[in-house]
Write a protein that binds this ligand. Sequence first.
Ligand SMILES: [Mg+2]
Length: 227
Amino acid sequence: MRTGFILGVDLDGVCGDHATAFRYVVAKERGVDPASIPDQQTWNFTEWGLDRAGFEELHRRAVLEHRMFRTMPVVAGCAEALWRLSDAGVSIRIITHRLYTNWGHSVAVSDTVEWLDANSIPYRDLCFMGEKTDVAADAYIDDAPHNVSALRAVGAPVLTFSQPYNLDVEGPRAEGWADAEQWVLDEINRTGRAVETPLKLATNPVSRLSPSLAQEGEPNHFEDASG
Ligand SMILES: [Mg+2]
Protein backbone atom coordinates (compact mmCIF):
# COMPACT_ATOMS: atom_id res chain seq x y z
CA MET A 1 0.00 0.00 0.00
CA ARG A 2 1.29 3.46 -0.86
CA THR A 3 1.69 5.63 2.18
CA GLY A 4 1.63 9.39 2.56
CA PHE A 5 -0.52 11.92 0.81
CA ILE A 6 0.55 15.24 -0.72
CA LEU A 7 -2.08 17.97 -0.75
CA GLY A 8 -1.49 20.85 -3.17
CA VAL A 9 -3.05 23.99 -1.72
CA ASP A 10 -3.48 27.32 -3.50
CA LEU A 11 -3.12 30.54 -1.49
CA ASP A 12 -5.20 33.39 -2.93
CA GLY A 13 -8.91 32.72 -2.64
CA VAL A 14 -8.30 29.49 -0.70
CA CYS A 15 -6.07 30.24 2.32
CA GLY A 16 -6.02 34.03 1.99
CA ASP A 17 -8.99 36.33 1.42
CA HIS A 18 -7.55 38.00 -1.66
CA ALA A 19 -10.83 39.70 -2.64
CA THR A 20 -11.14 41.52 0.68
CA ALA A 21 -7.49 42.54 0.76
CA PHE A 22 -7.56 43.81 -2.81
CA ARG A 23 -10.86 45.64 -2.29
CA TYR A 24 -9.29 47.68 0.55
CA VAL A 25 -6.33 48.55 -1.64
CA VAL A 26 -8.53 49.62 -4.54
CA ALA A 27 -10.71 51.70 -2.18
CA LYS A 28 -7.66 53.40 -0.69
CA GLU A 29 -6.16 54.13 -4.08
CA ARG A 30 -9.47 55.61 -5.28
CA GLY A 31 -10.18 57.44 -2.01
CA VAL A 32 -13.55 55.75 -1.53
CA ASP A 33 -15.23 53.63 1.16
CA PRO A 34 -14.42 49.90 0.65
CA ALA A 35 -18.13 49.18 1.16
CA SER A 36 -18.89 51.19 -1.99
CA ILE A 37 -16.98 48.67 -4.10
CA PRO A 38 -19.16 45.68 -5.07
CA ASP A 39 -18.19 42.09 -4.31
CA GLN A 40 -15.83 40.51 -6.79
CA GLN A 41 -17.98 38.51 -9.22
CA THR A 42 -15.59 37.75 -12.07
CA TRP A 43 -12.06 36.40 -12.20
CA ASN A 44 -10.87 39.58 -14.00
CA PHE A 45 -12.47 42.16 -11.68
CA THR A 46 -14.38 43.70 -14.58
CA GLU A 47 -17.15 44.79 -12.16
CA TRP A 48 -14.54 47.07 -10.56
CA GLY A 49 -13.95 48.79 -13.89
CA LEU A 50 -10.49 47.28 -14.30
CA ASP A 51 -8.96 46.28 -17.61
CA ARG A 52 -5.81 44.14 -17.70
CA ALA A 53 -3.39 47.07 -17.48
CA GLY A 54 -5.43 48.73 -14.73
CA PHE A 55 -5.53 45.52 -12.73
CA GLU A 56 -1.79 44.94 -13.08
CA GLU A 57 -0.89 48.45 -11.94
CA LEU A 58 -3.20 48.28 -8.93
CA HIS A 59 -1.99 44.80 -8.08
CA ARG A 60 1.63 45.96 -8.26
CA ARG A 61 0.85 48.74 -5.79
CA ALA A 62 -1.12 46.32 -3.62
CA VAL A 63 1.87 44.00 -3.31
CA LEU A 64 4.75 46.49 -3.15
CA GLU A 65 3.23 49.51 -1.39
CA HIS A 66 0.27 48.17 0.57
CA ARG A 67 2.11 44.88 1.30
CA MET A 68 -1.06 42.92 0.64
CA PHE A 69 0.65 39.51 0.82
CA ARG A 70 1.69 40.26 4.42
CA THR A 71 -1.59 41.71 5.64
CA MET A 72 -4.23 39.68 3.79
CA PRO A 73 -6.98 38.24 6.05
CA VAL A 74 -6.76 34.47 6.44
CA VAL A 75 -9.78 32.40 5.36
CA ALA A 76 -11.67 31.12 8.42
CA GLY A 77 -10.68 27.65 9.61
CA CYS A 78 -7.78 27.29 7.18
CA ALA A 79 -4.90 26.89 9.62
CA GLU A 80 -6.86 24.61 11.94
CA ALA A 81 -7.94 22.29 9.11
CA LEU A 82 -4.45 22.14 7.62
CA TRP A 83 -2.91 21.37 11.02
CA ARG A 84 -5.36 18.52 11.59
CA LEU A 85 -4.59 17.13 8.14
CA SER A 86 -0.87 17.59 8.71
CA ASP A 87 -1.14 15.76 12.05
CA ALA A 88 -2.95 12.98 10.23
CA GLY A 89 0.06 12.51 7.97
CA VAL A 90 -0.88 14.73 5.03
CA SER A 91 2.04 16.63 3.53
CA ILE A 92 0.96 20.19 2.72
CA ARG A 93 2.39 21.62 -0.52
CA ILE A 94 1.53 25.29 -1.01
CA ILE A 95 1.34 26.23 -4.70
CA THR A 96 0.91 29.86 -5.68
CA HIS A 97 1.25 31.88 -8.86
CA ARG A 98 2.22 35.08 -7.05
CA LEU A 99 5.33 35.67 -9.21
CA TYR A 100 3.41 36.10 -12.46
CA THR A 101 4.79 39.56 -13.13
CA ASN A 102 8.31 40.94 -13.51
CA TRP A 103 8.55 43.03 -10.40
CA GLY A 104 8.80 42.74 -6.65
CA HIS A 105 9.69 39.07 -6.28
CA SER A 106 11.63 39.70 -3.09
CA VAL A 107 8.69 41.42 -1.41
CA ALA A 108 6.16 38.92 -2.78
CA VAL A 109 8.11 35.89 -1.55
CA SER A 110 9.18 37.27 1.82
CA ASP A 111 5.72 38.67 2.62
CA THR A 112 4.16 35.34 1.66
CA VAL A 113 6.46 33.40 3.99
CA GLU A 114 5.90 35.88 6.83
CA TRP A 115 2.15 35.64 6.31
CA LEU A 116 2.20 31.84 6.40
CA ASP A 117 4.06 31.92 9.73
CA ALA A 118 1.97 34.73 11.21
CA ASN A 119 -1.18 32.76 10.43
CA SER A 120 0.31 29.46 11.61
CA ILE A 121 -0.28 27.68 8.33
CA PRO A 122 1.70 24.42 8.18
CA TYR A 123 3.50 23.39 4.99
CA ARG A 124 6.40 21.23 3.87
CA ASP A 125 6.84 22.65 0.37
CA LEU A 126 6.27 26.11 -1.05
CA CYS A 127 6.01 26.32 -4.84
CA PHE A 128 5.86 29.63 -6.68
CA MET A 129 4.63 28.47 -10.06
CA GLY A 130 1.78 28.88 -12.47
CA GLU A 131 1.67 25.45 -14.07
CA LYS A 132 -0.04 23.61 -11.25
CA THR A 133 -0.20 20.43 -13.30
CA ASP A 134 3.62 20.25 -13.02
CA VAL A 135 3.39 19.91 -9.24
CA ALA A 136 3.15 16.29 -8.27
CA ALA A 137 0.47 16.37 -5.59
CA ASP A 138 -2.10 13.64 -4.89
CA ALA A 139 -4.97 16.13 -4.69
CA TYR A 140 -5.43 19.87 -5.08
CA ILE A 141 -7.56 22.68 -3.71
CA ASP A 142 -7.90 25.75 -5.94
CA ASP A 143 -10.33 28.56 -6.69
CA ALA A 144 -9.25 29.56 -10.21
CA PRO A 145 -11.50 28.07 -12.92
CA HIS A 146 -8.54 27.69 -15.33
CA ASN A 147 -6.46 25.84 -12.74
CA VAL A 148 -9.32 23.49 -11.86
CA SER A 149 -9.87 22.73 -15.57
CA ALA A 150 -6.18 22.17 -16.26
CA LEU A 151 -5.79 19.83 -13.29
CA ARG A 152 -8.92 17.86 -14.18
CA ALA A 153 -7.71 17.58 -17.78
CA VAL A 154 -4.71 15.60 -16.55
CA GLY A 155 -6.86 13.49 -14.24
CA ALA A 156 -5.81 15.10 -10.97
CA PRO A 157 -8.38 15.16 -8.14
CA VAL A 158 -9.17 18.81 -7.47
CA LEU A 159 -11.59 20.50 -5.13
CA THR A 160 -12.97 23.88 -6.17
CA PHE A 161 -12.91 26.32 -3.25
CA SER A 162 -16.14 28.24 -3.78
CA GLN A 163 -15.86 31.86 -4.83
CA PRO A 164 -18.34 34.00 -6.79
CA TYR A 165 -16.22 33.69 -9.95
CA ASN A 166 -16.12 29.88 -10.01
CA LEU A 167 -19.76 28.94 -9.44
CA ASP A 168 -20.01 27.55 -13.00
CA VAL A 169 -17.25 25.03 -12.32
CA GLU A 170 -18.57 21.53 -11.72
CA GLY A 171 -18.14 19.83 -8.34
CA PRO A 172 -16.67 18.69 -6.11
CA ARG A 173 -16.54 22.06 -4.37
CA ALA A 174 -16.08 23.32 -0.83
CA GLU A 175 -18.03 26.13 0.78
CA GLY A 176 -15.32 26.51 3.40
CA TRP A 177 -12.47 24.71 5.15
CA ALA A 178 -14.70 22.24 7.01
CA ASP A 179 -15.88 20.91 3.63
CA ALA A 180 -12.34 20.96 2.27
CA GLU A 181 -10.93 19.00 5.22
CA GLN A 182 -13.62 16.32 4.85
CA TRP A 183 -13.01 16.07 1.08
CA VAL A 184 -9.29 15.49 1.65
CA LEU A 185 -10.01 12.74 4.21
CA ASP A 186 -12.50 11.13 1.79
CA GLU A 187 -9.97 11.37 -1.02
CA ILE A 188 -7.32 9.67 1.13
CA ASN A 189 -9.81 6.91 1.92
CA ARG A 190 -10.77 6.54 -1.74
CA THR A 191 -7.14 6.10 -2.78
CA GLY A 192 -6.49 3.61 0.02
CA ARG A 193 -3.54 5.53 1.40
CA ALA A 194 -2.35 4.91 4.92
CA VAL A 195 -2.66 8.01 7.04
CA GLU A 196 -3.65 8.24 10.66
CA THR A 197 -7.00 9.40 11.98
CA PRO A 198 -6.75 13.04 13.04
CA LEU A 199 -6.07 13.46 16.73
CA LYS A 200 -8.14 15.74 18.88
CA LEU A 201 -5.54 18.42 19.54
CA ALA A 202 -4.90 19.44 23.12
CA THR A 203 -3.69 22.85 22.06
CA ASN A 204 -5.05 25.29 19.55
CA PRO A 205 -3.05 24.51 16.41
CA VAL A 206 -2.88 28.13 15.36
CA SER A 207 -0.78 28.84 18.44
CA ARG A 208 1.98 26.46 17.41
CA LEU A 209 4.02 28.73 15.19
CA SER A 210 3.14 32.02 16.83
CA PRO A 211 2.65 31.74 20.60
CA SER A 212 1.70 35.44 20.62
CA LEU A 213 -1.41 34.56 18.64
CA ALA A 214 -2.60 32.10 21.28
CA GLN A 215 -5.92 32.99 22.80
CA GLU A 216 -5.87 34.40 26.28
CA GLY A 217 -6.01 31.79 29.02
CA GLU A 218 -4.85 29.01 26.76
CA PRO A 219 -1.92 26.94 28.07
CA ASN A 220 1.39 27.69 26.40
CA HIS A 221 2.40 24.50 24.60
CA PHE A 222 6.13 25.33 24.86
CA GLU A 223 5.82 25.44 28.66
CA ASP A 224 3.74 22.26 28.57
CA ALA A 225 6.51 20.49 26.69
CA SER A 226 9.26 21.52 29.07
CA GLY A 227 7.38 21.17 32.31
MG1 LIG B 1 -6.23 31.22 -6.12
